[in-house]
Design a protein around this ligand. Structure first.
Ligand code: XMP
Length: 320
């Protein structure tokens, strides 16, 4: 049973000094490695590891081909400004090969987990002699995995898998007692710019979590372009999280007087405190219309845009 540190009892400075000490004690003279996705959790872990270990921490950004527009360069530059050198590893082909033909949500997650840990990251770790992996698992990930709602990509021990036996390294999870709001507070205290620690959550499986049906480079490109619009238009909404989902079914549309059997994008915009429950934001119809107009005009092949009005539960925030 993991003891939660609640927001009101969280002292970020104390948290930072305790966790960095723990990381230092655990790693000793060895090398640690961590994967940075640019999300809040992995960004905070990167800074904790950097403070604790300096150059004994290697931070890798795995370009899996599933990230949002321009994400790799943004993350690289932001961390460069903070004195952290990030290595970008191009693994796009491996991920798309692994995802080929898969439509089942859990199988997709499994393919991404296996490709990430066993193949790409496992290989980087084995070649680096690193003995420790720093990872940004938070309490909400554990809850939902234990409850059997979803198989989060980053939770091994709770699934009875020993990462040392299976993958050859030990996992350190310094954020495991926090929820999202706590992580943001620590992020601010650890010196991350607000554009990073105040970012909306983004899932480990990245845009693959937002594709119903097969994940291909073309379909990722479609949902990526729609995401650009949704994130830009809803940035000022103050909502907890907003996203675009690509549906599998096609519908008849028309463009330039011609019939087009096109694709459908579903927009979701959630109000939530900690992602455990969520309600759709009551967006103005003008905003919804603006999104529909921009998505259908800038994302090739999309002829239909819908807005999700169901709550979580029974919905979840992402689509897979
Ligand atoms: P769901 O879709 O389960 O999402 O309601 C709850 C919150 O978790 C994020 N999420 C993930 N985060 N790895 C992550 O690190 C994952 O596999 C994953 N799946 C969902 C989601 O964006 C939301 O904030």
């Amino acid at each position: 049973m993991i003891e939660e540190i609640r927001l009101q009892e969280l002292n970020p400075e104390k948290f930072i000094s305790e966790r960095t000490q723990e990381i230092r004690d655990a790693v000793g003279g060895d090398i640690a490695i961590n994967a940075l996705s640019g999300g809040v959790d992995s960004s905070v872990v990167t800074m904790l590891g950097h403070l604790a270990l300096g150059r004994k921490l290697r931070t890798v950004f795995v370009e899996n081909g599933l990230m949002r527009e321009g994400e790799a360069e943004q993350v690289y530059n932001l961390f460069k400004n903070l004195g952290v050198e990030v290595e970008i590893v191009d693994a796009r082909e491996e991920f798309f090969d692994a995802l080929k033909g898969i439509t089942d949500p859990e199988e997709k997650r499994e393919a991404i987990t296996q490709t990430f840990y066993r193949n790409v990251f496992g290989r980087i770790v084995r070649e680096s002699d690193a003995k420790y992996l720093l990872q940004g698992t938070i309490l909400t990930d554990i809850d939902e995995t234990v409850a059997g709602i979803k198989r989060q990509h980053n939770v091994f021990e709770q699934l009875g898998i020993d990462p040392q036996d299976a993958f050859g390294y030990k996992i350190l999870e310094p954020l495991i007692r926090l929820r999202k709001e706590g992580v943001r507070k620590v992020g601010e205290a650890v010196g991350l710019p607000s554009e990073l620690f105040a970012r909306i959550p983004f899932p480990g499986p990245a845009l693959a979590a937002r594709i119903i049906g097969e994940v291909t480079p073309e379909r990722i490109d479609t949902v990526r372009k729609a995401t650009v619009v949704v994130e830009r238009v809803l940035k000022a909404s103050g909502a907890f999280q907003y996203l675009a989902i690509l549906h599998e079914d096609r519908v008849t549309g028309m463009r330039d007087g011609k019939r087009e059997f096109g694709q459908q994008i579903e927009v979701r915009c959630w109000n939530s405190k900690d992602a455990r429950t969520a309600k759709p934001a009551r967006l103005s119809f003008e905003l919804l219309e603006q999104m529909a107009e921009e998505i259908t005009s800038t994302v090739p092949g999309v002829v239909s845009v819908t807005y999700n009005i169901a709550t979580k539960p029974p919905s979840t925030i992402e689509a897979i």
